[in-house]
Design a protein around this ligand. Structure first.
Ligand SMILES: [Zn+2]
Length: 290
């Protein structure tokens, strides 16, 4: 039985496919501006068992969208058996594909894979190891990825970066198999009701994904934020935000859009259900899990 959180947005069923959970201790190792006192004003966040003054929990997962005619996987986690510098990402062996099966899908039934950005915890299950080669995990899927990310990793600077391996083992095989569709950094409806929106800052290529069906909306905003505390403190960047000012501006813009549209917010890294609503309160925002 699938006990994972699931939601419905119009005619689209949305399920989370968990890969792993990672705690950051102390909290400032994820959110450098963290202050314990601020947490008390955050609508009971201090009751969250995975958020304490000693550490904050994060989740790594995909969102599976199922319509009458399509199955869409958004972001693909860290992946198994990948060689990574960070120990929490290195050579993992998680039952991610088994969890996908519990949710009713297999490697053969995914029609589309959508990436919010090319980071190691968002592209990993793009590929699996087969006879010592990295091959597309979802051979029948079309994989959408931001063109800016592809260009960045193929630039001279990108090729020299220590994290270039993620591109080689998790993105290049998709391009070589002609399964990739590059998304331009503009508002782009790539499938009916599925629209990419540029939200750069966390990374140069970062994009969010708006989901619309029968008048209802949800947004998967990738890593514009990692933790509900950032709803209350939109100026708090994570240590992973490459362009600090753009990251703050994109976070604020998405929070305003989500609060004003009433869209369901589907987080890429929050724990609990990883989903909820943003409301305006005073000059800021509040968060409630759903
Ligand atoms: Zn991430």
């Amino acid at each position: 039985m699938n006990t994972e959180p699931h939601h419905r947005v119009g005619a689209i069923k949305i399920q989370r496919i968990l890969e792993t959970q990672i705690d950051f201790s102390p909290p400032a190792s994820l959110l450098p501006d963290w202050d314990d006192g601020a947490l008390l004003g955050m609508n009971g966040l201090h009751h969250n068992p995975r958020t304490t003054t000693q550490s904050v929990g994060t989740s790594v997962h995909s969102w599976l969208l199922t319509t009458d005619t399509r199955t869409i996987l958004v972001d693909t986690g860290i992946g198994n058996h990948k060689k990574r510098a960070a120990p929490v990402f290195d050579n993992l062996s998680n039952p991610y594909l088994e969890r996908l099966e519990i949710a009713g899908q297999t490697r053969q039934t995914i029609d589309f894979v959508l990436m919010t950005h090319i980071h190691s915890d968002h592209v990993g299950w793009n590929t699996i190891l087969s006879n010592d080669r990295w091959v597309p995990t979802f051979p029948k899927a079309k994989y959408f990825l931001p063109r800016v990310g592809r260009d960045d990793f193929e630039s001279e600077a990108g090729r020299a970066r220590p994290n270039h391996a993620i591109y080689i083992d998790s993105v290049a095989p998709i391009l070589e198999a002609n399964l990739a569709e590059l998304v331009e950094p503009t508002i782009s409806e790539v499938l009916p009701g599925i629209t990419y929106i540029p939200t750069p800052g966390h990374s140069v290529d970062h994009m969010s994904i708006l989901i619309e069906s029968n008048g209802e909306k949800a947004i998967i905003a990738g890593d514009i934020l990692h933790h509900p505390a950032q709803v209350y403190r939109p100026e708090w960047n994570s240590v992973f935000c490459a362009l600090p000012e753009q990251a703050r501006a994109s976070r604020l813009r998405v929070l305003e859009q989500v609060a004003d549209s009433g869209a369901l917010y589907l987080s890429s890294h929050m724990t609990e259900t990883s989903a909820g609503r943003v409301r305006r309160e005073g000059n800021g925002f509040i968060w409630r899990f759903e």
